[in-house]
Design a protein around this ligand. Structure first.
Ligand code: GAR
Length: 222
């Protein structure tokens, strides 16, 4: 059995997606070791979750840096020093500098709570309701300097129901996000998914559309 891939998780908040990755690893569903959990907020519950698991943590305060680039370069220097081969943005709520991202091209993914390319940025649940969409979901994509704009790997979809609020959408999407993220990280560390010059490849076939999370938790062609 190949040795687990070292990964770093960046998180600013609650850390429920981090917890999903930790659980998947513990239950033998994910061939990845989380070697670092880093964030910009020292008080983030995500960092407490990591500490409770004995995972190395880093809280780096942006206020200690003159600009975004110097902060991001310092952050990713520490991420590289952790030995991580893959970086997972799981609720990391900062726009990243292009120079800091460059060395991680094809090795950094982001989870976003919308069916990208719809609703990049913030307040996705509210915007879905305002637009009257019948469907909502979440996406995982490779990170590029364009905010929430990198090549899509996979999505999960769910219906918007009569009477839904931003809160009810968020609550219903959360467990689906967990499964989507775990499935994507699992596929990346086993090499089933990779970013190549011509786009995202799954099992050596270029994707024309993002994979879709099936009810059994597997990723299927659209
Ligand atoms: C998730 O819903 C994720 O999609 C979102 O932050 C939440 C993190 O939850 N990410 C973004 O909005 C990034 N643009 P968690 O802290 O419980 O894992």
């Amino acid at each position: 059995m190949p040795s687990p891939t070292p990964i770093a998780v960046l998180a600013s908040g609650r850390g429920s997606n981090l917890a999903a990755l930790i659980d998947a690893r513990r239950e033998g569903r994910l061939a990845a070791d989380i070697v670092l959990v880093a964030g910009d907020k020292a008080a983030a519950p995500a960092l407490r979750r990591a500490e409770a698991e004995g995972i190395a943590t880093l809280a780096l305060d942006p206020q200690g840096y003159p600009d975004r680039r110097s902060y991001d370069l310092a952050l990713f220097e520490r991420v590289a020093a952790s030995g991580a081969a893959l970086v997972v943005l799981a609720g990391f709520m900062r726009v990243l500098d292009a120079a800091a991202l460059a060395p991680w091209a094809g090795r950094m993914i982001n989870l976003h709570p919308s069916l990208l390319p719809k609703y990049r940025g913030l307040h996705t649940h509210r915007r879905v309701l305002e637009a009257g969409d019948a469907e909502h979901g979440a996406s995982v994509h490779f990170v590029t300097p364009e905010l929430d704009g990198g090549p899509l790997i996979a999505q999960v979809r769910m219906p918007v129901l009569a009477g839904d609020s931003a809160e009810s959408l968020a609550a219903r999407l959360q467990p689906l996000e967990h499964r989507l993220l775990v499935a994507c990280v699992a596929a990346l560390v086993t090499g089933c998914i990779a970013l190549r010059a011509d786009g995202v490849h799954a099992d050596d076939r270029r994707l024309d559309a993002p994979l879709q999370l099936a009810v059994d938790g597997s990723l299927q062609s659209a």
